[in-house]
Design a protein around this ligand. Structure first.
Ligand code: ZN
Length: 396
């Protein structure tokens, strides 16, 4: 058993408690939350005290690429289509062992940032393997690529092979999903095939959507840097005369079940209605969007529409670090509002709100302790003092 006392405890779904405590039982679930004097101290429980710190639910990062952790600062290309090509070259030059070490470092960096659950997309399976090996929580979406319609069958064979290999690593704390990467790397038949597979097998789906101007140009008009690059490879390009969101709706991808759309910067009011109608959740990545010059996603409009939205760091290649607190600041969120978005709203976006995202009896013992100054402005670089996943101390 683990008992943690802190200067303040923030259950998120209930008011903050001054001098509070949380007790996590041997199964890793929360047994008690409350003022310190009323939370029991069972004999043999490990007791930790942080009198000047804040105890929060573990943070939920709704978009990471942990297998790319070793590439921090390695891609200096500024134009987005070129940046994507540069990233592909850097990945091609990475060995399986390097991906494995990189993903493991990514998991540890996430824990150091107080993150206890990640929604990760990657092509190698290294993130799922690292999370399984280290005892982390998350959803890992296996990426599939193939912009040429002629590649569709081969891409599906590769995807099924990866899912067969990774499936046995899934557990109550670790799920597997699929990620048709983005409109400039996935053909129409491949999107349809992945959506069919996800619907049939009940896989959650994550996709990069409506991120760059170049993507919108490609989908709407069949022009721009992505279109030029595809044509240069002999791949046919078709103007869809609609937004990326409507295009994916038409292909059946958005309504494939449990769908998480990442970025959604290039969206208008009707697109937001489409996303809401399809029950799509969003991963909002303000620092990445800014770093690549995509603009700002309309977070306020998403929230007004009642969409489920969590915060995501995206890869360290884009943003340089794993700080989810910095994403909240970049999103213009403060105080309890920021805290909700970092925890229970992120959990809701991933469909995990009955298990994580708040400190409540019976929920998973996923916790993070931060210095009391962690939310001050300007935001200092913040490392968690303690991070706990399912009652196990993983950092601090
Ligand atoms: Zn991404």
């Amino acid at each position: 058993m683990l008992r943690i006392r802190a200067g303040s405890v923030h259950p998120v779904t209930a008011p903050p408690i001054e001098d509070g405590a949380v007790l996590v039982d041997d199964r890793g679930t929360i047994a008690a939350v409350g003022p310190n004097p009323v939370v029991p101290t069972p004999p043999g429980a490990r007791a930790l005290e942080f009198p000047r710190a804040r105890l929060l639910p573990g943070l939920v990062n709704t978009h990471t690429h942990l297998e790319l952790t070793h590439l921090t600062g390695k891609n200096t290309e500024r134009e987005f289509a070129g940046w994507i090509r540069g990233l592909r070259a850097l990945k091609d030059a990475t060995s399986p062992d390097e991906f494995s070490r990189s993903a493991e470092q990514g998991v540890r960096d996430a824990w150091a940032a107080g993150v206890t659950c990640v929604a990760d997309t990657g092509s190698t399976g290294a993130a799922l393997e690292a999370l399984a090996r280290l005892g982390g929580r998350g959803i890992c979406y296996q990426e599939v690529f193939g912009p040429d319609p002629a590649q569709c069958a081969a891409s599906m064979v590769e995807l099924r092979r990866a899912l067969d290999r990774l499936g046995p690593l899934a557990s109550s704390s670790l799920s597997l999903g699929v990620s048709p990467h983005a409109p400039y790397t996935v053909s129409e038949p491949l999107y349809r095939a992945v959506a069919d597979l996800a619907r049939g097998e009940g896989w959650p789906v994550a996709l990069h959507l409506a991120e760059s101007h170049a993507e919108t140009e490609l989908v709407r008009e069949g022009r721009g840097p992505f279109a030029d690059a595809l044509r240069a490879r002999g791949i046919p390009v078709t103007a869809r005369h609609c937004s990326p969101v409507r295009y994916l709706l038409q292909l059946g991808v958005l309504a494939s079940g449990n769908c998480l759309a990442i970025h959604c910067v290039q969206v208008d009011g009707p697109d937001i209605d489409v996303l809401r109608g399809a029950g799509v959740a969003l991963a909002h990545c303000p620092r990445s969007n800014r770093a690549h010059g995509h603009g700002a996603a309309p977070l306020a409009a998403f929230r007004r529409a009642g969409l489920r939205v969590g915060l995501g760091t995206d890869s360290v290649v884009s943003v340089g670090d794993s700080s989810l607190l910095a994403e909240a600041a970049a999103a213009g969120l403060e105080g309890e509002d920021a805290l909700r978005m970092l925890t229970i709203e992120g959990a809701r976006a991933l469909g995990l709100e009955s298990e994580i995202g708040s400190l409540e009896g019976g929920k998973q013992g996923d916790l993070a302790v931060f210095p009391a100054t962690a939310f001050d402005r300007p935001l200092p670089p913040v490392t968690a003092l303690l991070t706990v996943v399912a009652g196990r101390v993983v950092h601090g």
